[in-house]
Design a protein around this ligand. Structure first.
Ligand SMILES: Cc1ncc(C[n+]2csc(CCOP(=O)(O)OP(=O)(O)O)c2C)c(N)n1
Ligand code: SF4
Length: 268
């Protein structure tokens, strides 16, 4: 029987605002199925977001949600988690939210290893505001603010997260809807700061400008560019080229921030 999403969606909020062919609906569905499989109580879950197309997701789900200011998803998530560590806190946002205006919140949440799951929707662009380039826009790609091509080097979000201290880091794509669900489950169960970078197509703001074809072509591109992490480990940088590894990229156990904080102030 087909999965029934209705128990997790807020009455009156659908249809959503996302463009036809946007990858974000696939993420919404994988996220809901992950929560459902974990059997978590909706009232224990808090989802925070910044501003952007990605950050509209909390408006649709029937959890406790905070749609905050641009770049501040993890700032609010950190406050919620510290105030009530029993809550299961998810901070999400786009590549702009998490690596441009919210870049500091992102690296310091990684560094602290606070028990929050961060979902980064990486569509290489500022979708909501009309396709301005972001820190993940590939070099030479076009955007409204770099009409001749982007001169900047690209952030690798997962490497940034690992370097900054996140203790669970995974990458997936909207082509991998079922593996995505499993990676989100793993991230949610991890004790510490977990990051799932999700490559998603923005046909409106990025695909059209970069002649990537239809939304289906953009998903095919994700499939063609993905290399399972076990295979990627044996490939040289030349063999990898512009391809990216998908799967669990990093996992370690380390003292979690709320516990460390409580110990420091004599609460545990
Ligand atoms: C302080 C502030 N600066 C700028 C904006 C305008 N703004 C809203 S969303 C956005 C970019 C969104 O891009 P991203 O986070 O990558 O998410 P996407 O829309 O691609 O999902 C910008 C610049 C804002 N709302 N607040
Ligand atoms: S502008 Fe891009 S990211 Fe925003 S809803 Fe449309 S396709 Fe999705």
């Amino acid at each position: 029987m087909a999965f029934d999403y209705s128990a997790y969606l807020r009455d009156g909020k659908i249809p959503h605002i996302w463009c036809p062919g946007c990858g974000y609906g696939i993420i919404l569905k994988s996220f809901i199925r992950a929560i459902d499989k974990l059997g978590w109580n909706k009232n224990e879950i808090v989802v925070t977001s910044g501003i952007g197309c990605a950050s509209r997701l909390p408006g649709y789900v029937d959890f406790n949600t905070l749609h905050t200011t641009h770049g501040r998803s993890l700032g609010f998530a950190t406050g919620v988690k510290l105030a009530n560590p029993n809550l299961k806190v998810i901070g999400l946002g786009g590549d702009g939210d998490m690596t441009a205006i919210g870049g500091n919140h992102f690296i310091h949440a990684c560094r602290r290893n606070i028990d929050i799951t961060c979902l980064v929707f990486n569509n290489y662009i500022y979708g909501m505001t009309g396709g301005q380039y972001s820190p993940t826009t590939p070099k030479n790609a076009k955007a409204t603010t770099v009409p001749y091509g982007n001169a900047d080097n690209q952030f690798d979000i997962s490497s940034l997260a690992i370097g900054a201290g996140a203790t669970f880091v995974a990458r997936t794509t909207t082509y991998h809807a079922v593996p995505m669900e499993k990676l989100i489950m793993q991230a949610l169960q991890h004790k510490g700061f977990s990051v799932v970078e999700i490559m998603a197509g923005c046909p409106t703001g990025y695909g059209r400008k970069n002649k990537q074809g239809s939304p289906a072509n953009m998903i095919q591109w994700q499939k063609d560019m993905s290399v399972p992490v076990a295979k990627a480990k044996d490939m040289t940088p030349e063999e990898m080229g512009d391809k990216f590894a998908v799967g669990v990229l990093h996992q370690e156990e380390k003292t979690e921030y709320v516990e460390a904080y409580d110990a420091q102030v004599g609460l545990s």
